[in-house]
Ligand binder design. Structure first.
Ligand SMILES: [Zn+2]
Length: 304
């Protein structure tokens, strides 16, 4: 298996053997890790940053490409960030979320988290020629704690292979993280087992994995957060919301709630924010997901 760490070591050894200056070796990966001797791992956006920090611990220096409050799908990379990716020991990303990152990442030093889990097909929007997602599967895998637990384990193996000196520490932290995510998965399963309605009307279809895992039915008002839904779509979703007894329409912090509010008005429902965790929450992944669980339980009328 090719790895960023061993590859750059090999290049350094070669450089030394050729009696070239070894200064160039030391500078590799230092751009964002600020001179740290720890391997530099780049995370594409928040949930992957959180996961990498959990699994990498103090043995890696983690930086994130998507600043807090920025919608990750829209990310454009500057030259500095492209260099950061090129110099990093590992870049943790999900192919299909951010086309700019997909283009910049090097196959040998990239860890595509989507390859670690079974993916679900993309929603209808991919077929409408929408440009947000460039892959045939739904890339929002982090909203299923069970799938994220699998990613944690694979990331631990990847870091261990790349930096064998710390292999055990990576594997231990990966196991601990996977356990915590497994516990969160069980909280969701129990908390969403018995509900008045299982229909989840959302502003943008980010919750497919959560819906799949906990047997909810996601209905997205709009498939592209940048686009207004057609009147036909609005009345279709409105009709469904009434039949399914939906009392809450879910919106997101980074998506304009106007359309969701109009629909909520029409069907006599209210709107509540459900966090797709595409950006850093006020707490962390675990606390934001627990907040989501409470929000869902209230909105769907779950008894647990
Ligand atoms: Zn999204």
């Amino acid at each position: 298996m090719m790895s960023g760490f061993s590859r750059s070591h090999a290049i350094c050894l070669l450089a030394g053997a050729a009696l070239l200056t070894t200064a160039a070796c030391g500078s590799s990966g230092e751009t964002a890790a600020q001179g740290s001797t720890k391997p530099h791992v780049v995370a594409a956006f928040y949930p992957l940053q959180w996961l990498t920090e959990q699994v990498g611990g103090s043995d890696v220096a983690v930086t994130v490409l998507t600043a807090p409050g920025v919608e990750p799908h829209d990310l454009e990379l500057g030259i500095k960030q492209v260099t950061e990716i090129q110099d990093a020991a590992l870049t943790v990303y999900i192919k299909g979320v951010q086309p700019a990152v997909d283009d910049a990442v090097d196959q040998d030093t990239g860890f595509d988290a989507a390859t670690a889990v079974a993916t679900l097909p993309a929603g209808d929007h991919a077929e409408e020629g929408e440009e947000e997602h460039t892959v045939s599967y739904d890339p929002h895998i982090w909203l299923d704690p069970a799938r994220l637990a699998t990613v944690a384990t694979k990331l631990g193996e990847r870091l261990a292979a790349a930096d064998p000196a710390h292999a055990q520490a990576f594997k231990d932290r990966a196991a601990k993280t996977a356990d915590a995510l497994g516990a969160l998965d069980r909280e969701f399963a129990a908390g969403l087992a018995t509900c008045r309605t299982k229909t989840l009307v959302t502003a943008h279809e980010a919750f497919g994995y959560l819906a799949d895992r906990y047997k909810l039915k996601q209905v997205g008002i709009t498939l592209d957060p940048e686009q207004e839904p057609s009147p036909a779509r609005l009345s279709e979703v409105g009709k469904l919301a009434r039949t399914e007894g939906v009392t809450t329409i879910f919106t997101e912090a980074l998506v304009n709630p106007k359309v969701a509010e109009v629909l909520a008005d029409q069907v006599g429902a209210k709107t509540t924010v459900l966090n797709p965790l595409e950006s850093k929450p006020s707490g962390d992944y675990m606390s934001a997901m627990r907040d989501n669980l409470k929000t869902l339980q209230t909105a769907l009328g779950c008894t647990a």
